[in-house]
Design a protein around this ligand. Structure first.
Ligand code: NCD
Length: 329
């Protein structure tokens, strides 16, 4: 990979993105074997530095690092010296004293991973696992991997080398607070997809100039175009300090993937799959009919997350030259 760190999908070229996704496909082959381990990162140390709550992302990075035989240190801010006021700098330097090769960081402040990478406090590879409202690059990569596989199943063409040209992906909901939406808009458009954001005006960022996507307030009108995928975002109530919509029922009526909308897509014979990064608010932004439908890719996204994170750690820590060669163990 051209980059030393993975901070944002805006840093990824088309070639970088396809390379990570192709590597992730190879890693997925490892995960489906009985022995799910590669020796690639034996003797290397990956630190998971989580200042914000997380279940699936932290477990996913931990699983990914372990499947590559790295040593993993989990450091969560709760119950650590951070809650006693230790700064990011002191925490980082403590980790370096433990010889970390990669630091996977999730932080409530946008820009914290960038600060860690630029600071000179550490010389490890920094992987952004979600910073504030800013970016969540591995989530976007796992979404792109899922979309390639959806296309591969529909066309019968292998996903290796594939991009998302001509796919229409609709991202719905709380775009304003969503690092997942931001990272996806850039990555999916780099890969050639057409991206449409749909949200109430209050849940869209004020300035969308320069974003490579279309914007609509009308979910039903966009769904009538039979998109390839609709990605529902969680309403991030922990980041809301005001009322952004009249009531939850109103929000669901306008922007939820309700049972009625699922039925309409099915009646129209649309190919649309249903995506969600989790955790889901069932009955609010997504109905159980959608979440549990055969069209739902929610669990496939989780599985692909491990493969994508294996690929990212492998490419950042082993450099460009070698290949993971899953057949060798
Ligand atoms: C996302 C996150 O934390 O940004 N979740 C995740 O990584 N699985 C999305 C969310 O919290 O809504």
């Amino acid at each position: 990979m051209r980059v030393k760190h993975l901070l944002s999908t805006t840093d990824l070229s088309y070639a970088d993105a396809v390379r990570i996704l192709d590597t992730a496909d190879q890693m997925a082959a490892v995960s489906s074997r009985e022995v799910k381990k590669l020796p690639a990162l034996r003797g290397r140390t990956v630190v998971n530095l989580f200042f914000e709550d997380s279940t699936r992302t932290r477990i996913s990075f931990e699983t990914a690092a372990k499947r590559l035989s790295a040593d993993v240190i989990n450091f969560s801010a709760k119950g650590s010296s951070v809650s006693k006021g230790e700064s990011l700098k002191d925490t980082a330097q403590t980790l370096m004293a433990m010889s970390a090769d990669a630091v996977v960081i999730r932080h409530g402040s946008s820009g914290a991973p960038q600060q860690l990478a630029d600071s000179g406090w550490i010389d490890a590879a920094v992987v952004n696992a979600g910073d504030g409202k800013h970016a969540h690059p591995t989530q976007a990569l796992l979404d792109a991997m899922t979309l390639r596989r959806v296309r591969s199943r529909a066309t019968g063409v292998a996903s290796t080398g594939m991009d998302l040209e001509d796919m229409h992906v609709v991202i719905v909901g709380d775009v304003l607070h969503s690092r997942v939406a931001r990272s996806n808009v850039w990555l999916l458009s780099t890969l050639g997809a057409r991206v449409t954001l749909v949200a109430p005006p209050t849940l869209l960022p004020v300035a969308l100039t320069g974003w490579p996507c279309e914007v609509s307030y009308d979910l039903d009108a966009v769904l009538a175009e039979a998109p390839d995928a609709v990605m529902m975002l969680r309403l991030q109530r922990e980041r809301m300090n005001a009322a952004f919509f009249p009531s939850e029922a109103e929000y669901t009526r306008g922007w939820g993937l309700t049972a009625q909308r699922v039925r309409r897509l099915e009646e129209a014979g649309a190919p649309t799959v249903f995506m969600h990064p989790g955790p889901m608010n069932r009955g609010l932004e997504i109905s159980s009919e959608a979440a549990d439908s055969p069209r739902s890719t929610v669990l496939e996204q989780v599985a692909n997350g491990v493969s994508v994170r294996m690929a990212v750690l492998f490419l950042l820590l082993s450099g460009d030259e070698s290949s993971p060669n899953p057949s060798e163990n």
